[in-house]
Design a protein around this ligand. Structure first.
Ligand SMILES: [Zn+2]
Length: 337
C-alpha cells in the first residue's frame, strides 16, 4: 500500500463533509478509553496499536478476532460504557468532518452481559452532539436465532429507536429461514436491512443476500466485481455497497490495495461508500480511507467527492439535510475548476 498523497488532496479530504455507514461499535471504542481502565495499575498485556502499522496484515481471521474480542469484551459491559464510547467516537468523527454515522452493535452483548438492546440503542443515540446524526443497527450472526436470542430477534421490529438490522460474522455459514423472515418483519416495521456478504467468499454470496433477504444495502460486497451481470444489477437497482478498503487489505480479502475492487465497481457506476469497519483493530481513520483511494487506486478529487456524495445520498436523513451536505461537497468539488 502506498502512503503519500499531496498536501492539497489531504486538505481536500479533511474538508469534505463525510459519512460512515459501516462501523461495528464494539470494534470502534477508542483505545485510549480501554487503556484508561488500567491507569494506575499494570498496562494491558496486549496493545492493539501494534497492529496499526499501514503495512501490517493479519495472517488469519482468528488472529484478528482475538484482538477484537479482547478489547471489546473488556469495555462493553454496560449501557453506560456504550454511551461513553459513543461520545468519544462521535467526537473523533466530528474532528474528521464526518457528519452522519450508521453503526451496529452486536446482539451477543445482550446475551453476554444482560444489557437490554433498547438501552444500548438509547445510550448510543443520547451521545450524539448537535449537528451529528447517528443511526443504530443491530448486528447478528447467521445462527443467532438458535438460543436465548430468539425472543430478542422476534421482538426487534417493535423497537422504535432501532433503525435497522445487519448480519455479520462468518459468510461461509448458510443463511437460514429465520433470516429472511426477520428481515421481512424489520422491513415492514420501516427499518433498513443490511447484510455482510461478498467479502471473503464470492459474488454468489452477494446475490444470495439480495435474493433471499432483499437487503437495502450490502456490507463489503466487493466480490460482486467478479460477476458482470451482478454489477449491472447493483447499478440498475441502485443497491449501495458499504465497503471498507483498509479492513479488506488488513484481513487479506484483497491481494493488494492497488487491486481493490472498489475501483472497477465505482467505474461501473455501483454506489460505493467507504468506512472503517473495525478501527480499534486496524488503526484507520475515515480520512485515511479516502487517502488510500487517492493514493493506491488513483481516485481524483472529484471522484473522492463522488464517494462522499453517495454517503449522503443513501443516508437515512431528511431530504433537505442531504441536500445541504451535498451542496457543500459540490461547492468544494466545483472549486477544483
Ligand atoms: Zn463489517
Amino acid at each position: 500500500m502506498k502512503t503519500g498523497i499531496d498536501p492539497d488532496t489531504t486538505a481536500f479530504i479533511e474538508r469534505l463533509p463525510k459519512t460512515e455507514t459501516h462501523l461495528h461499535i464494539e470494534a470502534a471504542v477508542p483505545y485510549r478509553l480501554v487503556a484508561g481502565l488500567h491507569s494506575g495499575s499494570a498496562p494491558r498485556e496486549s496493545d492493539p496499536s501494534e497492529f496499526w502499522h499501514e503495512s501490517f496484515r493479519f495472517d488469519t481471521f482468528e488472529q484478528f478476532e482475538a484482538v477484537l474480542f479482547g478489547v471489546a469484551l473488556e469495555w462493553y459491559t454496560s449501557a453506560e460504557r456504550y454511551h461513553e464510547a459513543a461520545r468519544a467516537i462521535f467526537e473523533d468523527l466530528r474532528a474528521e468532518n464526518v457528519r452522519y454515522l450508521e453503526t451496529s452493535f452486536h446482539i451477543g452483548i445482550i446475551e453476554m452481559f444482560g444489557i437490554p438492546g433498547e438501552e444500548i440503542i438509547q445510550a448510543i443515540k443520547e451521545a450524539a452532539p448537535e449537528g451529528f446524526e447517528v443511526r443504530v443497527f443491530m448486528g447478528m450472526l447467521r445462527d443467532n436465532y438458535h438460543g436465548e436470542m430468539r425472543k430478542v430477534i422476534d421482538d426487534m421490529p417493535n423497537w422504535q429507536q432501532l433503525d435497522g438490522v445487519d448480519i455479520h460474522g462468518t459468510e461461509e455459514k448458510p443463511l437460514e429461514e429465520w433470516n429472511a423472515r426477520a428481515w421481512a418483519e424489520a422491513r415492514q416495521a420501516g427499518k433498513t436491512t443490511k447484510a455482510h456478504a461478498g467479502e471473503f467468499t464470492s459474488a454468489d454470496s452477494v446475490r444470495e443476500v439480495l435474493d433471499f433477504l432483499d437487503v437495502d444495502r450490502v456490507e463489503h460486497g466487493i466480490r460482486a466485481a467478479d460477476d458482470p451481470a451482478l454489477v449491472e444489477r447493483l447499478v440498475r437497482e441502485r443497491i449501495p455497497l458499504d465497503t471498507c478498503p483498509i479492513s479488506n487489505y488488513k484481513l487479506r480479502a484483497v491481494e493488494s490495495m492497488e487491486r481493490h475492487p472498489i475501483r472497477p465497481l465505482f467505474d461501473a457506476g455501483v454506489l460505493c461508500t467507504i468506512s472503517r469497519d473495525d478501527p480499534v483493530v486496524f488503526g484507520n481513520t475515515v480520512c485515511r480511507e479516502y487517502a488510500v483511494l487517492a493514493d493506491s487506486l488513483g481516485f481524483s478529487r472529484s471522484e473522492l467527492a463522488a464517494v462522499a456524495r453517495t454517503g449522503f445520498e443513501i443516508a437515512l436523513l431528511p431530504e433537505e439535510d442531504k441536500r445541504r451536505h451535498i451542496e457543500e461537497i459540490d461547492a468544494l468539488a466545483g472549486d477544483l475548476g
